[in-house]
Design a protein around this ligand. Sequence first.
Ligand code: PMP
Length: 400
Amino acid sequence: VWSTVPQGPPDPILGVTEAFKADTNPRKINLGVGAYRDENGKPYILPSVQEAENRLHGQVDKEYLPITGLPSFTSAAAKLAYGADCAPLKEGSIAVTQSISGTGALRIGGAFLSRFYPTSKVVYLPSPSWGNHTPIFRDSALEVKTYRYFDKSTVGLDWAGMIQDIKEMPTGAIVLLHACAHNPTGVDPTKEQWEELSGLIKEKGLFPFFDMAYQGFASGDIAGDAFAPRHFVSQGHQIALCQSFAKNMGLYGERVGLFSLVTASPEEKARVESQLKILVRPMYSNPPVHGARLAGTILNDPALYAQWEGEVKGMASRIISMREALYTLLTNTYHTPGNWSHITSQIGMFSFTGLTQAQTEVLASKRSVYMTKDGRISMAGLNGGNVEYFAKSVDGAVKG
Ligand code: PMP
């Protein structure tokens, strides 16, 4: 029956992990996958999450959730993103549904816009963007185009190119924006640039669709990292927003997320939510319960929330300290050719090193150092025990 099904290519990011696993070098380093690792290179279970687990243990049943998820979680998650003083949130105009982490939020959003957004079926992604954005939106029956974002020559934002491309988008098109800690580049607009973007996007009548997979991870400041979507909403934009609790709570495999849409009124919100239910029901019926309970327990308990904020800050700070260590090693210890200041100016979990595909291949084959072939590294994979070996390996690859 399946003789005509062609062999598909392996996933470019998960493929890196497979190569890493097969390597027997004890010094091997995996900087491919975007998952936080502690100072010993191990997965990190946040103590606040452990505490929530302890509180829930044996206390809850395993009944189905409503189609749009656990209300105590979804309302707290929306508050986390939009801020307690957000006007549409306070008046009850934000439609929400729990999602299968950030990916599921994007997929629900893509499907909803494809079905109901009246003006356009075209979504513009930054170039480059997270590799899964294109297939997610294509599978949602939207047409995917790109706008300029990253400037290879400065290893920074291509601000002029971005503005020009946005100006040339057709009225009503959908623009995907990474709310903070852009993946894969680690390059974000400044606050002033976000303000300008908000004005331009409004002037052009474009639809802002935010992907916020790293709230808290960029700066360690939960509210600060949500500046862009909050600013857009304060300026009257009716945004779409995707949230993930994979990174900031370390709930990767629990698949906890939220999709929300700012609407014009509580009445409009009710209609939108009714259609979100109609979309979700035939896809997966209702979302998984455990992770939402964990996140909800943390978000709704002031003491546990404060503890969690500290833990997010701790993860963000460790990453920032690794950026500084790597920069210092390359620049001052090894005098590696090139300017490495982007290592410390980039934000969030990833750094776009500027290493070429050929150099990444040498690093894998000669040094057992694994990263995606675009030269992106997960900073969270570095620690006091391996950063020196990594810097020395990069130095060797650059010097040839
Ligand atoms: N958006 C971006 C930009 C991401 O980097 C990721 C995770 N790699 C996601 C969404 C979704 O991740 P998850 O489905 O695990 O929440």
